[in-house]
Ligand binder design. Structure first.
Ligand code: MG
Length: 304
């Protein structure tokens, strides 16, 4: 959870607590109403021994007196001058009433908070709205800043008997395979070119020259993994890949799930970013005669 959502959660629960206290005080107030009485009436109540107990809250020049009346849950309250305090306490003692004196009225903080609760709720709601608006504005800026770029890739390899046929990182059961410096994976190679082209980073030959012996027989998934690193360094995200592989045989469709999985894994994306299609060449030219396999790929990137 980030700091923004933590603050929102905290604010939410503080608001709930305040509302709870507010409701409780309203309910409590209805059950035990406090009646404000005059000083003289209060003295009369003391002398009549109606007061069971009292709480006196001292202030700068005055004191608030709350008294619980005998035989009921009713409270009365009056305000006296500090100079009257000795007389009041003496009368209360004579009347057998319990006396409790506090410098500051306990519970004042509750009243202060309750009075401030609507303001706090309003401020909290405004802050929440401001954060939402700020977040929306930021998201809009990000969307505006994201630029989509598209690249195209193509590759073709001759097919010869006795070589493994690897397409999209998967070895397929077939009697022919591509002739190439690496594993001859046309789909992976066209995909590399599409990605590099979209990012303006050259082509597969730039980064993995077929004159370099270290790529002899290399697994083309390594090319894709390296391409993904180059895209990350340039802050590009892969949005979508659409590919068509052209070969007369074998049928590729049944192998697409595994190919998508392998390609997505190499590129660090989910498989729904990879879309594959298969075509034959209707017996026309080298592909149609089963002498070659080719792939076309279109890749879409966004800059972050
Ligand atoms: Mg190639």
């Amino acid at each position: 959870m980030n700091s923004s959502s933590t603050a929102k959660t905290l604010l939410f629960w503080i608001s709930i607590v305040f509302l709870g206290i507010l409701l409780w005080k309203l309910v409590s107030a209805n059950k035990s109403p406090t009646e404000v009485v005059s000083y003289s009436d209060f003295l009369q109540m003391i002398d009549n021994k109606e007061v069971l107990s009292s709480k006196i809250y001292l202030q700068a020049n005055s004191a608030n007196v709350y008294a619980l009346l005998r035989g009921s849950q009713k409270y009365v309250q009056t305000t006296i001058a500090t100079s009257d305090l000795p007389e009041i306490t003496a009368r209360l003692k004579d009347a057998g009433a319990k006396i409790e004196i506090s410098e500051v009225k306990s519970g004042d903080w509750t009243l202060i908070l309750l009075n401030a609760a609507p303001l706090i709720l309003l401020v909290g709601f405004c802050l929440f709205l401001m954060r939402q608006m700020k977040g929306n504005a930021k998201r809009a800026l990000v969307l505006q800043a994201a630029t989509a770029r598209t690249g195209i890739g193509y590759d073709l390899h001759r097919l010869e008997y006795g070589r493994p046929l690897i397409v999209g990182g998967i070895e397929l059961p077939f009697d022919k395979g591509p002739v190439g410096h690496s594993d001859g994976d046309v789909l992976a190679h066209a995909l590399c070119d599409a990605l590099l082209g979209a990012a303006g980073l050259g082509d597969i030959g730039t980064h993995f020259p077929d004159t370099d012996p270290k790529w002899n027989g290399a697994n083309s998934m390594l090319f894709l993994e390296h391409t993904k690193k180059l895209l990350d360094e340039k802050q590009f995200a892969i949005e979508h890949v659409d590919a068509v592989v052209i070969t007369e045989k074998p049928k590729l469709g049944p192998h697409f799930p595994k190919m998508r999985e392998a390609l997505a894994k190499a590129l660090g994306v989910s498989i729904d970013h990879i879309h594959l299609k298969a075509k034959t060449n209707e017996g026309v030219d080298a592909i149609g005669r089963g002498e070659a396999i080719a792939a076309h790929v279109v890749a879409t990137l966004t800059s972050r």
